[in-house]
Ligand binder design. Structure first.
Ligand code: SF4
Length: 307
């Protein structure tokens, strides 16, 4: 490709960092034929041949400029200049990084809907219905009052939960306890707490949809046994599982939903709140919405916002 540029146009290109390489006079390469001498000239740099300088090879900008001016080839390197897409931080309690894929699935759990508490707990502790069983220290079944009016549904165990066999422990658990205390609840009294997923995903990655689907029947049975009057769904995977939706939490919170006739209030996971402190006020509003539907415990007790 040849260009006819005046001095002003050349000056503008120079300002933009675009370098121009002039073709050699036809007589020079013709005289040398296949000799190696021309490979050291500007022509070889412009065409991307091995003779290009190290500086040019290391600089995407200069590589792109040589293509624009000289090669006439499709600007394939232009895409390398585009910043990679990044995944926005999701309002979930899970780690945004989610490398390992779901492991092999076993047969789906069956007969769960007829189990009572003891049988259900045994079924969970021996479950191998998805690959998460391979990395768990222990299953995390649930904790609290099995005849509670309030039920808290979280996502999946993290490292501390996996160690202790209890949902919502560690810093996120402490924040949940503060939130519950603010409305007159505590984890051993009038509230039952469980996760959608009972085994820790490796590296705290997000659970795969197939893993959620395999584990969901256990939570469904827990809810059927507890018969809560209000459910607080905390975090993206809890919300998506209970409400069978892909809508983000930001669009679902602030109004009532239903799960099998039980009112559901959607809110952020405490682990997310620890990373996004300004959203604590929204979580508090969600808690108050739940309180409006069903009082927590003690009539006349004024809720106080947790810190
Ligand atoms: S995560 Fe749920 S379905 Fe998967 S093995 Fe554990 S208990 Fe079973």
């Amino acid at each position: 490709m040849t260009l006819s540029l005046d001095d002003r146009q050349r000056a503008m290109l120079a300002e933009m960092g675009i370098r121009l390489f002039e073709p050699l006079p036809a007589a020079a390469p013709a005289a040398t034929g296949t000799s190696a001498a021309p490979a050291a000239t500007g022509t070889s740099v412009a065409s991307g041949a091995p003779g290009r300088s190290a500086a040019a090879a290391a600089s995407p900008a200069s590589s792109a400029s040589t293509q624009v001016v000289h090669s006439g080839a499709a600007p394939t390197t232009a895409t390398s200049l585009t910043p990679p897409m990044t995944r926005p931080s999701a309002p979930s309690g899970r780690s945004p990084a989610s490398p390992p894929a779901a492991l092999a699935l076993g047969p789906p759990p069956s007969g769960i809907e007829a189990l009572e508490w003891d049988g259900l707990e045994q079924a969970v502790s021996g479950c191998q219905a998805c690959g998460l069983c391979q990395g768990r220290r222990q299953t995390v079944f649930g904790v609290g009052d099995r005849q509670a009016d309030w039920m808290i549904v979280g996502e999946a165990p993290g490292e501390q939960e996996d160690l202790r066999g209890e949902p919502f422990v560690g810093n996120a658990g402490q924040l949940l306890d503060s939130m519950l205390q603010a409305v007159g609840l505590d984890r051993g009294h009038r509230v039952y707490i469980a996760n959608v997923i009972k085994c820790r995903p490796p590296g705290n990655r997000n659970p795969e949809p197939s893993e959620v689907a395999q584990c969901e029947p256990f939570l469904r049975r827990q809810i059927a046994l507890v018969k809560p009057r209000i459910i607080l769904a905390m975090g993206r995977f809890a919300v998506q599982s209970l409400l069978a939706t892909q809508e983000p939490i930001g669009k679902l919170r602030g109004r009532l939903h239903q799960y099998e006739g039980v009112p559901v209030v959607v809110t952020y996971h405490p682990a997310y709140l620890l990373r996004n402190l300004p959203d604590k006020a929204k979580a508090w509003a969600d808690l108050c919405l739940a309180l409006d539907q069903f009082p927590s415990t003690e009539p006349g007790r004024e809720p106080s916002i947790p810190t």
